[in-house]
Design a protein around this ligand. Structure first.
Ligand SMILES: *Cc1c(COP(=O)(O)O)cnc(C)c1O
Length: 388
């Protein structure tokens, strides 16, 4: 069969199973989106603190720019001529905030996760990864020379057993987890994980805080700050594309790890650095994160309200965060319910296999601090009771 025919057939199959995806056409207006001429409240954004839709903040930032400082390209890899001073300022700010020896900035969370693990692993490395880690981490593991075992989601008893069994047979073991998980909105027990890793000299811990940076901790540095374990995490990674309303990612770590990555990390070395203007915006936001406590509190409050509303209506809700899944099951039903919510002005999206396991399709609410309490109440009134 020709490649094009095969592609067509596969797409047809996806459509039959209600799993076909499209790039949606939409226009944005602050916290709202307009799709098919319908204006809806955006309940699917990663703008967790509402900073991307904050016009006053953008105005303030724009006033800091001149034609000399508005630099839309770095025109080079950071290792050649792309390393503008604003990069170093952002890294100095991050290592200062986290209280770590060093920080290193990357083009995206995807670059970070697909670059760090291959750089720091060899054939004598074992990676123990939570079953639900993000696709970018899976790709990083695949690109590495390490062996990998996936442990049950948050299955720390199993992880403890795996560590005991394997720490002597490998030079190095790296535990890989997210702090808040993308699809279930639940969280890893970071304190317990750091206790486990401290038992062995050759065990390292990698934590992806994509959904927690900006949202958790007193200064908004993430779950590691909230649970006082920043210094027990060897590879503490986060992204700027979500709560920080920008683009890019970081690791905070020991100096030697930073220097090693600069020499070995292919997704840092072989790509054009982010535009300096983006880095300047990220720095502008990062310097304000500590003052966003009110936004964090409001987000936590409306998230709890929505989780409780789902539970009252019979849904099993694993979430403890602002990512709130409404797990329906079959993809077709999920799509129908998402469409019904959209008719009521709530832009919520279905998440289907392969992003989630077969039979676990869901509407994934991703809340932001710009959403009002009354809007969550109205949303709850539009959610029908769970039917098996
Ligand atoms: C969003 C996300 C990423 C990817 O980050 P980008 O900066 O968007 O590339 C990585 N890990 C997790 C857990 C994420 O949710």
């Amino acid at each position: 069969m020709s490649l094009l025919k095969q592609m067509q057939q596969e797409l047809l199959q996806l459509e039959e199973h209600s799993n076909l995806r499209h790039l949606p056409k939409m226009t944005h207006d602050g916290r709202e989106v307009i799709v098919n001429n319908k204006r809806m409240l955006n309940l699917s954004s990663n703008d967790y603190l509402g900073l991307a839709s904050d016009r006053a903040l953008r105005e303030e930032f724009l006033r800091t720019l001149t034609p000399d400082t508005f630099l839309p390209s770095s025109s080079s890899s950071r290792l050649l001529t792309g390393n503008f001073t604003v990069y170093e300022e952002l890294e100095a700010e991050l290592s200062h905030l986290f209280g770590t020896e060093a920080a290193l900035v990357f083009n995206s969370g995807y670059h970070a996760n697909t670059g760090i693990l291959p750089a720091v692993s060899d054939a004598h490395t074992l990676i123990l990864a939570d079953k639900l880690v993000h696709a970018s981490l899976i790709d990083g593991i695949r690109l590495s020379a390490a062996k990998c075992i996936r442990y049950r989601h948050n299955g720390l008893t199993q992880l403890e057993r795996l560590l005991e069994e394997h720490h002597t047979t490998h030079h190095r073991v790296i535990i890989v987890t997210e702090s808040i998980f993308s699809m279930d909105g639940d969280q890893a027990d970071l304190q317990k994980l750091t206790e486990l890793k401290r038992k062995y000299d050759n065990v390292l811990l990698y934590v992806d805080e994509a959904h927690a940076f900006g949202v958790r901790g007193r200064q908004g540095l993430g779950c590691a700050e909230e649970f006082h374990c920043i210094h027990d995490i060897d590879f503490l990674v986060g992204t700027f594309g979500k709560a920080a309303a920008s683009v890019g990612a970081y690791i905070v770590c020991k100096k030697v790890i930073r220097e090693y990555l600069v020499n070995r990390m292919r997704t840092l070395i072989f790509t054009t650095g982010l535009p300096p203007v983006n880095i300047a915006w990220t720095l502008f936001i990062v310097r304000r994160l500590a003052d966003m406590q009110e936004r964090r509190k409001h987000l936590a409050h409306i998230s709890r309200t929505l989780r409780e509303a789902l539970q009252v209506r019979g849904y099993t809700c694993p979430s403890v965060s602002h990512i709130v899944p409404m797990i329906i099951g079959p993809s077709a039903d999920t799509v129908l319910q998402a469409e019904a919510l959209q008719r009521h002005g709530f832009y919520a999206l279905p998440v289907r296999p392969p992003t989630v396991p077969e039979g676990m399709s869901r509407i994934r609410f991703s809340l932001t601090a710009e959403i009002r309490k009354e809007e969550i109440e109205e949303l709850s009134n539009n959610i029908s009771a769970y039917t098996d």
